[in-house]
Design a protein around this ligand. Structure first.
Ligand code: 3NM
Length: 204
């Protein structure tokens, strides 16, 4: 994979009243200069997800890399650029087998042992979190804080994505602790264009 951009915007369908609002947010983010986007839909309706994912691909063209949360099959079917798996989803090697060598594979980790294990997989990047408290995930793991980002940085040379409660106000501290990139749901969902522009400006 190429280097990760500083900002990884996650479009979580639960933040939007309907598909139209979701597509509009995606277009605003792309217009602001966001080049890495994840589609996250935890409702479990695969047909619905595929439809929305294809529409995101159609609207964004190749202006942004599109990553599918959790579902390697939908990543392929929607012509996405990669898949992101959590600790309870497909294993990294299972996901890699499904998507092949070219597409991006991201994994979630929540403690040093998981980072260490993730480092030994074919994942293209490792996400670590939640760095701060978050209201965007059901049953989140315990908050790890900035120091654990620093620790994760020492455990892997893979690109490191920090996630969980990251805002325009605290994102610099997370990058300074060694993260290559911040992944954000709530602080880019309310006013996508404005907040993405501000994130990109702050993160330089
Ligand atoms: N994964 P917000 S935290 C989807 O710790 C997700 O792996 C996390 O949303 C992890 O930016 C999280 O609104 C939610 O806090 C991130």
């Amino acid at each position: 994979m190429n280097r990760l951009p500083r900002l990884y915007a996650i479009l979580d369908t639960s933040c939007f009243p309907d598909a139209t609002a979701l597509y509009q947010a995606a277009e605003e983010l792309a217009a602001a200069g966001v080049t890495l986007l994840q589609y996250r839909n935890t409702s479990g309706n695969a047909r619905h997800m595929l439809e929305q994912a294809r529409e995101l691909r159609r609207r964004l063209g190749n202006s942004a890399k599109l990553i599918m949360n959790d579902r390697a099959d939908l990543c392929l079917a929607a012509d996405f650029d990669g898949v992101h798996v959590g600790q309870d989803d497909l294993s990294p090697e299972g996901a890699r087998k499904a998507i092949g060598d070219e597409l991006w594979l991201g994994i979630s980790t929540h403690n040093p042992e998981q980072v260490r294990r993730g480092d030994g997989t074919s994942a293209d990047y490792i996400a670590i979190g939640p760095v701060f408290s978050t209201a965007s995930k059901l049953n989140p793991d315990p908050v790890i804080g900035i120091e654990e980002v620093r620790r994760a940085r020492e455990l892997t040379r893979k690109p490191l994505v920090a996630i969980g409660g990251i805002t325009r106000a605290n994102c610099v501290s997370v990058i300074e602790a060694g993260a290559d990139c911040v992944a954000v749901i709530s602080d880019i969902s309310r006013e996508p264009r404005k907040s993405a522009e501000e994130f990109l400006h702050i993160l330089g």
